[in-house]
Write a protein that binds this ligand. Structure first.
Ligand SMILES: [Zn+2]
Length: 86
């Protein structure tokens, strides 16, 4: 179980998307990348809350460059293993 950094719900890892710091402090979605991760529901609302609260900065101990939307962040990463938002 992991906590979504947006809504703070505790959910199984498979229901969350893991973000890590990529090259140039860009935020990328990856389940396998080594290092500190930030977990988020696949939901634009959770993304917005996380961005507003600077939750990524807190979770990753570094201020990442953030795409405007959750979808943008995920598609940029070429992340396929993503659940649809309900
Ligand atoms: Zn959430």
């Amino acid at each position: 179980m992991r906590t979504c950094i947006g809504c703070r719900r505790c959910l199984p890892q498979l229901q969350l998307v893991r973000f890590v710091l990529g090259e140039g402090a860009e935020l990328v979605a990856s389940r396998v990348a080594i290092g500190r991760g930030a977990w988020l529901c696949p939901d634009q609302r959770c993304w917005d809350v996380a961005v507003k609260r600077r939750a990524f900065t807190r979770a990753l101990r570094c201020a990442p460059r953030l795409p405007a939307t959750y979808i943008e962040a995920v598609s940029k990463s070429g992340f396929r293993d993503t659940l649809c938002a309900d």
